[in-house]
Design a protein around this ligand. Structure first.
Ligand code: PHE
Length: 335
């Protein structure tokens, strides 16, 4: 009983003292083993009480040693000293790439496999590269197709690019055909934010210029692309209008149930628009010092968010910009 009191009152924050204490009570020749050895000499009627007491002492001593060691360790850790290096590590969670980056990289990969390189340009553009060179002269009504954020308003010269076609203009000005390039990047439009549209989004636009490039080349490239990305290539080209391409088309992909048992896609089935495209207008080539008698080409452009929403069944574009980890951590890839 006296020893139990001693054990309970013992305090120390020194490794050596704790170890001495441990040896004194729990060591091979310690007090407890002494008592256990004596057990056989205890009269039978006292055995029970004696046994209980030494067990009590043993538990108290073991608990004391463990508690003191634990205290000592956390004190040391506060000072940056780590005692037990064999303890299991704390779990670290690693991040993952943003879904927009993942889909962008997928698109880049698919086009680089057929010889397209990647070109980039500034987000703050001048009127020439975003509009005029693309056959959208001042006061052209088609400028209203893309609500623009102007930075310099008088005259309206400097703006946030509304599409990455501006990069293609820069590329054509700098390089000689043949040209095969895709331009991924962030674009800006003065649009109300909703589940379907945002004032900031991302595009990948493509440009192919060489001798004798035809609409058939465009269509075959799109078929290849949709097959690679979506695993399906049932597409249709709907006549459309863009100032920088002639003829122009809108590309729809058939997004139906693959089999009768494929219930993954519950809404948004049928023909869905995924991009715009067309043969580069001769005026655009001329503006960029390429002779339309010698060269022709095609261009296309798509919104990465839209593609990502289709691929991953995301129904609200705003999720991409809120950075809610519950959303982000569902995209595990770090490539
Ligand atoms: N620049 C167009 C847009 O942003 C897309 C497009 C690119 C259409 C190339 C045709 C050809 O809407």
């Amino acid at each position: 009983k006296k020893y139990i009191v001693e054990v309970e009152n013992f305090k120390s924050d020194s490794t050596e003292e704790i170890e001495k204490f441990r040896i004194k009570f729990l060591g091979k020749k310690g007090i407890l083993n002494g008592f256990f050895a004596e057990f056989k000499n205890v009269p039978n009627e006292q055995k029970k009480a004696f046994g209980q007491t030494i067990n009590e002492l043993k538990n108290a001593a073991q608990e004391k040693v463990a508690a003191l060691k634990q205290d000592l360790e956390s004190k040391l850790e506060e000072r940056g000293v780590y005692g037990d290096l064999t303890r299991p590590g704390e779990k670290l969670s690693i991040g993952s790439r943003h879904p927009i980056s993942l889909v962008k990289n997928q698109i880049i990969e698919i086009f680089s496999n057929i010889g397209f390189n990647v070109s980039e340009g500034p987000e703050i553009e001048d009127d020439w590269h975003n509009f005029s060179a693309l056959n959208l002269p001042e006061y052209h009504p088609a400028r209203d197709m893309q609500d623009t954020f102007f930075i310099q308003t008088n005259p309206e010269e400097i703006l946030l690019r509304t599409h990455t076609s501006s990069v293609q203009v820069r590329y054509m000005e700098d390089q000689k055909p043949p040209i095969r390039t895709i331009s991924p990047g962030r674009v800006f439009r003065n649009e109300a934010i909703s589940a379907r549209s945002h004032c900031i989004f991302h595009q990948v636009e493509g440009l192919y210029i060489d001798k004798d490039v035809s609409f058939a080349d465009l269509k075959q490239t799109l078929l290849y692309f949709t097959k690679q990305l979506f695993g399906k290539s049932k597409i249709r080209l709907r006549p459309s209008y863009f100032p920088f391409t002639e003829p122009s088309a809108e590309v729809d992909i058939y997004w139906g149930l693959e089999t009768e048992t494929d219930y993954r896609i519950t809404k948004g089935t049928g023909w869905l628009e995924i991009m715009g495209c067309g043969m580069v207008d001769p005026n655009v080539l001329r503006n960029c010092n390429i002779d339309p008698q010698e060269y022709s080409g095609f261009a296309f452009g798509m919104g990465i968010e839209r593609i990502a929403m289709l691929l991953h069944q995301i129904d609200d574009i705003r999720l991409f910009y809120e950075n809610d980890v519950r959303f982000l951590k569902q995209f595990k890839s770090v490539l």
